[in-house]
Design a protein. Structure first.
Length: 146
């Protein structure tokens, strides 16, 4: 009792095989291009933007090597008091196409324990200090802190 494939079964198998091949090619191209089709790590055009609610702002190329400390000294204006940001210091390191908060005296240390970021669209946030560090393709695309 040998079973043979009918013409419709062969066509269905051919369509299924073609779909698998197309998906594999698309996934491979996406993997080579980075997450969500973005440039691979260390893209020379990407910028690291660091800013605080109190008005600190700094932008550096992701390809640079830099380390700096952001001082979130208390602002006594009504808006700053309402924001609830703590006084403190965060040290930011940009190295080898990655950005990390390497130290902070904030109360929860979420920013320090966050994995380094390396792709446009990724952020590290320190809520207690009102600090945002993000990678953007264009500095104009950075989040605006109000």
């Amino acid at each position: 009792m040998g079973k043979t494939l009918k013409t419709g079964d062969r066509i269905l198998l051919a369509i299924l095989a073609a779909t698998v091949i197309i998906c594999a090619l698309a996934f491979g191209a996406r993997s080579l291009g980075g997450q969500d089709g973005q440039q691979p790590q260390g893209d020379s055009g990407a910028m690291v933007v660091c800013q605080t609610k109190s008005g600190f702002y700094r932008a550096d190329p992701l390809s640079s090597n830099a380390e700096y400390t952001v001082d979130t000294t208390a602002d006594t204006t009504a808006d700053a008091i309402k924001s609830g940001a703590e006084d403190g210091k965060n040290t930011i390191r940009i190295k080898n196409g990655e950005v990390a908060v390497i130290s902070s005296n904030c109360s929860n240390q979420v920013c320090v324990n966050h994995d380094p970021i390396s792709q446009a669209g990724e952020q590290i946030v320190c809520l207690p200090h009102g600090l945002v560090v993000e990678i953007v393709q264009d500095e104009d695309m950075a989040s605006k802190l109000v």
